[in-house]
Design a protein around this ligand. Structure first.
Ligand SMILES: [Zn+2]
Length: 306
């Protein structure tokens, strides 16, 4: 099953899923972002029309990817889910430097994971909302730094304790391979790990190896103006031997930006379904497979499994 902000759902209910999108995002350093920095009703009023358009385009489940301190707000997500009729999924976990609150640098791996495990067991604060996955991020570059390694290990422990999968912001193949080594050494099943932003890895032999070892490959920047590039990338991934069973597609778009006037420029969520899919079929990708990338694959990647 999948844990949504309004309760658990099965694969049939999950239907067409977008695995990586955003409702509310704020980049404030040192974990200083609080609900006092935005107006919940303004966020709901701004985002609801975009979610209704998405629902009308055939989507049933929307995964919000803002972690705590970067715009995760369970109250907003619950209200938007109830008003739009979409299933929304939120997370537990932390992002990366410099958006982490100072205590994270001192805390042990166990202390971090204890907080996340508690949210998975008892819900997020008093909201009554439970996280459906673990969201973390790794630093850019060629190797994972000590803080983000600690966060990765805390996520591994949380996944083991809660059966939730990990979505991990990972820029470039070197970092993905390093993360894979850490997970392998820990004996952690890579089936439980989604390489978020896998389109940033340039050498597709990494994608092939990692997918073979179980990792999910999330191609999540499919925005208008990039369709040709993305169709080509999907074809290349398949040609390099990446299993079509391991590929996820999404847009990483939206969103209400905290601090921008009226939330700034919010982009619609429906274009992947209404524009990209027909374009991709016309340009040689298989319709059934594309559907699988929006239904069966994301459900398998995101479902709770013990
Ligand atoms: Zn994102």
């Amino acid at each position: 099953m999948l844990q949504t902000v309004t309760g658990p759902i099965n694969e049939q209910e999950a239907g067409t899923m977008l695995v990586h999108e955003h409702v509310l995002v704020g980049f404030v350093e040192d974990g200083k972002l609080t609900p006092a920095d935005y107006d919940r009703q303004e966020v709901v009023a701004s985002i609801l029309p975009l979610l209704l358009q998405l629902k009308a385009a055939g989507c049933a489940t929307f995964v919000d990817c803002a972690p705590e301190y970067v715009g995760r707000d369970p109250y907003i997500l619950k209200e938007l889910s109830e008003k739009s009729g979409l299933y929304l999924i939120t997370n537990t976990g932390f992002y990366k430097r410099p958006y982490l609150p100072p205590f994270v640098y001192q805390a042990s791996e166990q202390e971090l994971s204890d907080m996340w495990i508690q949210e998975a067991r008892d819900g997020i604060g008093a909201s009554g909302v439970y996280p459906g996955y673990i969201k973390i991020a790794l630093n850019d570059g060629t190797a994972i730094d000590q803080t983000q390694q600690k966060i990765l290990r805390a996520a591994i422990r949380t996944s083991r304790e809660t059966a939730l999968p990990i979505q991990c912001h990972t820029i470039g193949g070197d970092i993905a391979l390093h993360a894979n080594e850490i997970m392998k050494q820990a004996g952690f099943d890579r089936e439980r790990f989604i390489w978020v932003h896998a389109q940033t890895g340039k050498d597709l032999t990494a994608h092939k190896q990692l997918a073979e070892e179980g990792m999910w490959i999330s191609i999540d920047s499919i925005l208008p103006g990039t369709y040709e590039t993305h169709v080509e990338l999907l074809k290349q991934l398949l040609a390099h031997g990446v299993s079509g069973e391991k590929i996820l597609i999404s847009q990483d778009t939206g969103w209400y930006t905290i601090g921008a006037d009226k939330g700034g420029n919010m982009l619609p969520y429906h274009h992947l379904l209404t524009d990209f899919i027909p374009y991709a079929i016309e340009n040689g990708l298989d319709a059934q497979w594309l559907k699988q990338c929006l239904t069966h694959n994301p459900y398998q990647a995101m479902r709770k499994r013990s």
